[in-house]
Each structure stands twice: as structure tokens, then as C-alpha cells.
Design a protein around this ligand. Structure first.
Ligand SMILES: Cc1cc2nc3c(=O)[nH]c(=O)nc-3n(C[C@H](O)[C@H](O)[C@H](O)COP(=O)(O)O)c2cc1C
Length: 330
């Protein structure tokens, strides 16, 4: 089988196995739309609070909005109580996602103190109960429930096998392993041997997450671990082209590196979509960090970024896009 292939998750068929990971503060509708347009087969929302969703918090539902071109997506929820997660899953299902994912990996202290995110790694029984409650709430016609876990709490408690099996016992139709512990946060090397181990033993599709930072690394993760799919997070920031390039690498096709004008066009589209969802002022402030990622490695990038971190309007960004294009033209 090709490294790039369709994938069946419960009742859902996806055309390919390259995913944009859930990334708080990044994987919003605008960025997901750009990634989807460039070959991501499924993009995950950033994590959505089940408590906020079920209590009717005004701004939370917007995290599940999507652009017209994004015909498939996954919603990720975080929380600690099975009943709340079940109720939140029902609300999320109204948006028609292909999958609803349970976050068992967030290391942020506030989330962990509330018993959610990576705190769940310390209580696999609770992972099972939450997944089971979500599956029951969604019923047989509902979207499949999946879970995203870490390797364990810390080096001394590597319980990814137990956590993964608990999720599957609860009814998870696929599982993602971010192969780092909670203690590692986002640094250190992800241990791909753990992904390989789960892929070989779990009985549901396993997706790998961690250190697939380039198209070649994404292809290598599938080849080396036998995982069903790859989730890309930091490698996509400022480089949504990674998806089409990873697909080419996985199919043994020539690299599809973007030209400078293509990069500028993607950034422009990203900003325009953000404005549509957030309004100009918020979109421009939010886009500053994205602009810095897009211009990494661009000629004249340092000056562009120095101006980009202060830009407040689309017009200011437009001037920077033009400067970026000029600096890139031969
Ligand atoms: C800024 C940031 C925000 C993240 N937010 C989430 C999130 O909301 N939900 C989640 O499951 N993982 C989240 N992650 C973890 C990523 O999905 C991914 O598992 C991790 O970054 C490893 O992949 P990478 O090496 O491709 O970056 C986040 C990571 C970063 C860097």
C-alpha cells in the first residue's frame, strides 16, 4: 500500500491520511481552510471547552465555525466529566464533523488542575468512561469518537498502552499518540517507537503526532511506524504547503515546493479569511504571529517581521505582502 492512502474510521471514510493537528491559537477556521485547500485531508479545531460549550459561553461556539471549502473537519473537546463531555459532544455533532476527538494531552496547568487534558493520562478508567459517554450520547448514526493521548504523565509513568486500550474499550474508533510525556511538554524528541507499537497492537487506526516537521519526515513517520495517518502541528505553521508536499513525498512524486508568490498568496488568503471570521482589528492582531511564521526564511524576512508585529490593518499587511514579493523577485 502507498504511504498515502484513504482511511476508514468507524463509519467515516477519509480520502487520505494527512491531518492538521488541533493547535490552540492556530487551527482556527481561516488556517484550517488554507491547509484543507493545500491538501490536508482533515483538520482539527483547536480544543474546545466542554464546560463552556454546555454552559452557553458566548464565544465558544465560534471555535467550531468553518469556511465554505472545508467540507470535512474534526472537532476536539476537552473536559473531565463524562456527563459534560456527552452533552458537549451532542452540541458539537450539530456542526456535522467527521470526528469528535477527546483531548488527553494538554499540559497547560489550568487545564490539568481541572482534571482535563493530560490529567486524564493519570486515570485511564476515566478516559474509557468519557469516551463511552460520548459514544452513547452520539448514538449509532453519530460521528465516531476518537482520542488524542500522550506517552504518559512523565518518564516514570509511560502508560500510553493502557490509556489507548482504555479509549478503545470505551468505543474510540481511532487514536492519536503525541509521543511525548506531559513533563516533556513540546520539547525533546517524540518517541516514534511508541507510535509503531500502538499501530501494531491496537485494532483501530493509530495516528502519529510529534516531530513530523517536514514533508519528508511526515512520510518517514508512516514508513517507519506503520501508523495509519500523520498529524502535523508546528510543521504547518506558516507552511501550509507541507500537506501537498507530504502527499508527494508519500507517493514518491517530485517535490511540490511553493514559489514565493504562492507563499504570499497563501498568507494573503489566510488573512482575508481571518478578517471574515474575526473582523479586521482582531484578525490583524492574531495574524501577526502567523505572518512571522510565513516569512521565516524569506529574503528580507527580519525587516518584514519587525513591521508585521506592529501591523493593525489589512492595508498595512498588504504593503508588507508587496514588499515580501518585491524582495523575492529575481
Ligand atoms: C501552540 C500549540 C497548541 C496546541 N494545542 C493543542 C490542542 O488544542 N489540542 C491538542 O490535542 N494538541 C495541541 N497541541 C499539540 C499538537 O497537536 C501536537 O500533538 C504537538 O505539537 C506535536 O506535534 P508537532 O511536533 O507536529 O508540533 C498544541 C501544540 C502547540 C505547539
Amino acid at each position: 500500500m502507498d504511504l498515502y492512502h484513504p482511511i476508514k474510521i468507524g463509519s467515516v471514510m477519509l480520502p487520505g491520511n494527512l491531518f492538521l493537528a488541533p493547535v490552540a491559537g492556530y487551527s482556527d477556521a481561516a488556517f484550517r481552510s488554507v491547509c484543507f485547500g493545500l491538501g490536508a485531508d482533515l483538520c482539527y479545531t483547536e480544543m474546545v471547552s466542554a464546560e463552556a460549550l454546555t454552559r452557553g459561553h458566548a464565544r465558544t461556539p465560534a471555535l467550531m465555525d468553518r469556511a465554505e471549502n472545508e467540507t470535512r473537519y474534526a472537532i476536539q473537546l476537552f473536559g473531565s466529566r463524562p456527563e459534560t463531555m456527552a452533552a458537549a459532544a451532542r452540541v458539537a455533532a450539530e456542526r456535522g464533523p467527521e470526528l469528535i476527538d477527546l483531548n488527553c494531552g494538554c499540559p497547560v496547568p489550568k487545564i490539568v488542575r481541572a482534571g482535563a487534558g493530560s490529567a486524564l493520562m493519570r486515570d485511564p478508567g476515566r478516559i474509557r468512561d468519557i469516551v463511552a459517554a460520548m459514544v452513547a450520547a452520539l448514538g449509532p448514526g453519530g460521528p465516531p469518537v476518537t482520542a488524542k493521548i500522550r506517552s504518559g504523565w512523565d518518564e516514570g509513568s509511560l502508560n500510553y498502552r493502557e490509556a489507548a486500550e482504555a479509549a478503545v474499550e470505551g468505543g474510540a474508533a481511532a487514536l492519536t499518540l503525541h509521543a511525548r510525556t506531559r513533563a516533556q511538554g513540546y520539547s525533546g524528541k517524540a518517541d516514534w517507537s511508541q507510535i509503531a507499537e500502538l499501530a501494531a497492537r491496537l485494532g483501530v487506526p493509530v495516528f502519529g503526532s510529534g516531530d513530523a516537521n517536514t514533508a519528508v519526515e511526515a512520510a518517514r513517520m508512516v514508513a517507519e511506524t506503520g501508523c495509519a495517518g500523520v498529524m502535523i502541528a508546528r510543521g504547518a505553521m506558516g507552511d501550509p504547503f507541507i500537506f501537498r508536499r507530504a502527499r508527494a513525498a508519500m507517493l514518491g512524486l517530485p517535490d511540490a515546493a511553493p514559489s514565493a508568490p504562492e507563499r504570499v498568496e497563501a498568507a494573503r488568503r489566510h488573512l482575508a479569511l481571518s478578517v471574515r471570521f474575526l473582523g479586521e482589528r482582531t484578525a490583524c492582531v492574531e495574524f501577526r504571529k502567523q505572518f512571522c511564521s510565513y516569512t521565516k526564511g524569506a529574503s528580507g524576512g527580519a525587516e518584514l517581521r519587525a513591521a508585521g508585529v506592529k501591523a493593525c490593518t489589512v492595508l498595512e499587511f498588504e504593503a508588507l505582502f508587496e514588499r515580501w514579493l518585491e524582495a523575492a523577485s529575481p
